[in-house]
Design a binder for this molecule. Structure first.
Ligand code: TRP
Length: 455
């Protein structure tokens, strides 16, 4: 299928289109569900501060690195590392690892996304007084029901990706991102008028520095990688559709700021909403341990109960829009997860876009049906592919760029679209971050994660 008029591989139509597509990839379940619950779990604003530091010292420089590698080679991650490998057989493994992570992360991401769709129906059935039907679609442990919603979500993802870079991905994200923002703002304004919301806001902005330890650092860095879509070549792939006129550093800054902004704003919705639920008599802390309930319980039990308590047409509208918000955010992210293996099959195996999207999408669909029945696999996949896979990928990207491809060559690539890249403070800072600070921080986190998993 032809993608754009510019090149047979496809390219972004506009600067804004690219920034929104990359921001769409970044803004997802990680922001609207992951970030707020992590903040609530890890000392409120103290976590936010550490998270900001991780995004600036590690996320932002790695994002620039991925985009530069992508635009330089105009290839998928495997092809990109091959092109820059000088015949070294190990270097392309970074790309293969990214493709595998993409397939596996997507396989559980669509199951959770399927739950958000199912809960749109749960809210409607509840409103109509169809208790049994509401309970049926709201039952997270029903494997058959999970697979139906999961496969439907996968289908949406495949349909966008078959549309191509500008006519599929760019067009979808350009339409969906403003809708997402509008829903978020409306929900926040309304939530803040309800009883209990103030307490939530206070907790959100009150830093508890006593919680800062190695574990918190680890969660913050992991969250930054996942939320910014880094470490598996999603931004190498999106970068490969960029033209030489675009300023990579500036675009990466927009995407990072946008992603952080949406996460912080989403916290203003989800955390007050939890306290509104509590004010309505719903438990949000585990009575035995005193800890906050898990994020799955909070989003799929506590919040729906709060919407039911609000009741009537307002409760219904809040419930539906909240789960649609989550679903839209998830869709603009799942697209990017699928695009990585799809672009690999197109570039390296010569299939056309339509065939590759259905082939890879079909494979992911099969794995996701298994995950729909065996939910413990979500934790297993999160451990292997998110918590280890992404930082490992990020570490290899830093080492590759800093010591193999070399920062001079990367800066040469960044110069296109940013003439003065070598003149200001940016380039010396970025070189130090990408060669020393990021890899050392990531390595420390990785060692601690692996250590805590095996002991
Ligand atoms: N960033 C998305 C989120 O916050 C998830 C995601 C999409 C992702 N593409 C990715 C994570 C690539 C890692 C790599 O939900």
């Amino acid at each position: 299928m032809a993608t754009t008029q510019h090149s047979p591989r496809g390219s972004w139509n506009s600067k804004l289109g690219f920034v929104l597509a990359a921001a769409g990839s970044a803004v997802g379940l990680g922001n609207i569900w992951g970030f707020p619950t992590q903040v609530a779990d890890n000392g409120g604003a103290a976590f936010i501060l550490i998270y900001l530091v991780c995004c600036l010292l590690v996320g932002f420089p790695v994002m620039i690195a991925e985009l530069a590698i992508g635009r330089k080679t105009q290839k998928n991650p495997v092809g990109a590392f091959k092109a820059l490998s000088n015949g070294n057989k190990l270097v392309p493994l970074i790309g293969y690892w990214g493709v595998i992570c993409g397939v596996m992360i997507l396989s559980f991401y669509v199951v959770i996304s399927g739950w958000t769709l199912a809960y749109v129906f749960e809210e409607i059935f509840y409103f109509l007084g169809l208790e049994a039907a509401a309970q049926y679609v709201g039952d997270l442990s029903n494997g058959f029901k999970n697979s139906i919603f999961t496969l439907f979500f996968m289908l949406l993802t495949i349909l966008v990706v078959t549309g191509g870079v500008s006519k599929g991905i760019e067009r979808a994200t350009k339409t969906l991102m403003p809708v997402l923002l509008a829903i978020l703002v409306i929900l926040i304004v309304y939530i803040l008028t309800l009883d209990g919301a103030r307490e939530g806001v206070a907790m959100y902005f009150k830093p508890d520095f006593s919680t800062i330890d190695a574990n918190l650092l680890l969660s913050a860095l992991g969250q930054a990688f996942f939320s910014l879509s880094l470490g598996m070549g999603a931004l190498i792939t999106y970068g490969s559709y960029l033209n030489k006129k675009q300023n990579i550093v500036e675009s990466a800054a927009y995407v990072t700021i946008f992603d952080i902004g949406i996460a912080v704003i989403a916290g203003l919705l989800v955390i007050p909403a939890m306290f509104v639920a509590q004010a309505g008599g719903v438990q949000i802390f585990n009575p035995e341990t005193g800890a906050l309930f898990s994020s799955v319980t909070l989003v799929f039990d506590v919040l729906p109960e709060m919407f039911h308590n609000v009741g009537g047409i307002i409760g219904l509208l809040m419930g539906i829009t909240f789960f649609i918000l989550l679903g839209l955010a998830a869709l603009t992210s799942s697209i990017s997860l699928l695009e990585v293996p799809v672009s690999y099959v197109i570039d390296e195996h010569g299939l056309n876009r339509k065939k590759s999207a259905w082939l890879v999408g079909g494979l992911v669909g099969v794995i996701s049906v298994v995950v729909s029945y065996e939910l413990y696999l979500i934790d297993v996949f999160v451990n292997i592919f998110n918590e280890i896979g992404l930082p490992l990928g990020g570490l290899m990207i830093c080492i590759f760029l800093g010591y193999f491809w070399k920062t001079e060559n990367a800066l040469l690539e960044l110069k296109d679209g940013y003439k003065n890249v070598e003149n200001g403070n940016f380039s010396p800072l970025w070189i130090i971050l990408i060669k020393y600070i990021s890899p050392i921080l990531i390595a420390l986190v990785l060692i601690t994660t692996i250590w805590s998993l095996i002991t």
